[in-house]
Design a protein around this ligand. Structure first.
Ligand SMILES: *Cc1c(COP(=O)(O)O)cnc(C)c1O
Length: 351
């Protein structure tokens, strides 16, 4: 995973194993069984490090994972019994991997004998087949020699106060009944059904189908409406990833002097400042410029540069953030974006 030439980058990421296992404990309580959990490890495990997180999942006893593409599946195939790929049609399917059929027109593009799950559109209208296309989809898959093993959908607003989440669940229930009927008529064995992401799992307070696909909650960054999720145990989830950096240089910034590109921060009094080895090229979103305070109370001063950032401190090592949602708020974005921005070459350590 390391890109040659970047091994000396002095930003590093710590992965807190205790917090991660705490999150998996909480999720297991909600689903009532480890076997119902599929961990979502797409996009380098939300920036945490794909193999590092897969290894921890295996140690905890998780058997199922969800990834984005064939390359990710290949890296984690030995850690799990069953892997679902969300978005790639493989040339050569991997035996313990099931691939998502996102569109009825894609059936002919899969190699014969590929294991597939049908993504269905229950109201998000992003991708998936409609309930009206379901029967045709099963028939075409059989004609093309694909093994249909499951049917699933995705929620667009499980964490919002509206009724949309209930409507989508209702729609999926109809899809499920229809799929079961079709499968029975075709003499197929039991299909796997699933609809819930993190927000939908905690909203329902239970696993509604055969498994759940949990991403952001395992990483401890589920950021939901407190009233809506009161008594749902989401407060006990703990962030797993923290970003750290070491000092490149330090100086006294005199009263009236300005620091960094554009000189947007000006010292009111003489002050200690330090320059640290992490920047937006490493994935530290630039919108946090002049606007974020670290967990230890140090402020980012002025603009974040490509490769470094200025703070009002001079410690050798500092923690930039230990909760992606806090950093996200200072940037006007969401924790998901902060986490997935973390570049692959940053060294990850399990602590
Ligand atoms: C990313 C993703 C998930 C996980 O969502 P979280 O909100 O992180 O729990 C689940 N299902 C699908 C299809 C996804 O793309």
């Amino acid at each position: 995973m390391l890109a040659i030439g970047y091994n000396f980058a002095m930003a590093h990421i710590n992965l807190n194993k205790k917090s991660f296992f705490n999150n998996l404990d909480i999720i297991t309580q909600v689903t009532s069984a480890k076997d119902k959990i599929a961990v979502v490890l797409k996009d380098n495990a939300y920036g945490h490090g794909l193999v590092e997180m897969a290894s921890l999942c295996q140690e905890y006893g998780i058997k199922k994972a969800v990834v984005r593409n064939q390359k990710e599946a290949y890296h984690v195939k030995d850690f799990f019994e069953n892997i679902l790929v969300l978005a790639e049609i493989p040339d050569t399917p991997i035996p313990n991997v099931v691939y998502t059929l996102n569109d009825i027109n894609a059936i002919k593009l899969f190699p014969k004998n590929t294991r597939v799950e049908i993504k269905t559109d229950s109201g998000m209208h992003r991708n998936g087949v409609s309930i009206d296309q379901l029967e045709n989809t099963f028939t075409l898959c059989r004609e093309h020699g694909l093994h249909v093993e499951g049917v699933f959908t995705h929620h667009r607003s499980a964490d919002e106060l509206s009724t949309e989440w209930f409507v989508q669940e209702q729609n999926f229930k109809k899809i499920k009944e229809k799929a079961q009927e079709i499968a029975q008529n075709m003499g197929m064995k039991h299909l796997r059904f699933h609809s819930q992401n993190s927000a939908a799992l905690f909203r329902a307070g239970e696993c509604l189908h055969d498994m759940v696909r949990v991403g952001i909650a395992i990483y401890g960054c589920l950021d939901v409406n407190e009233t809506l999720y009161k008594d749902k145990n989401v407060d006990s989830l703990k962030p797993v990833l923290s970003l750290h950096s070491s000092k490149l240089s330090s100086r006294i910034l005199k009263a009236g002097e300005r620091i960094g590109y554009g000189g947007i921060y000006e010292a009111e009094i003489d002050m200690q400042v330090g320059n640290y080895d992490v920047g937006y090229a490493d994935g530290l979103l630039r919108n946090g410029s002049n606007n974020f305070t670290t967990p230890q109370g140090h402020k980012i001063l002025g603009r974040i540069s490509m490769d470094n950032v200025n703070l009002d401190c001079a410690e050798e090592e500092i923690c930039i953030f230990d909760d992606a949602n806090t950093y996200a708020r200072s940037c006007g974005t969401i924790g998901y974006e902060v986490l997935t921005s973390m570049r692959e070459y940053i060294k990850r350590s399990v602590v």
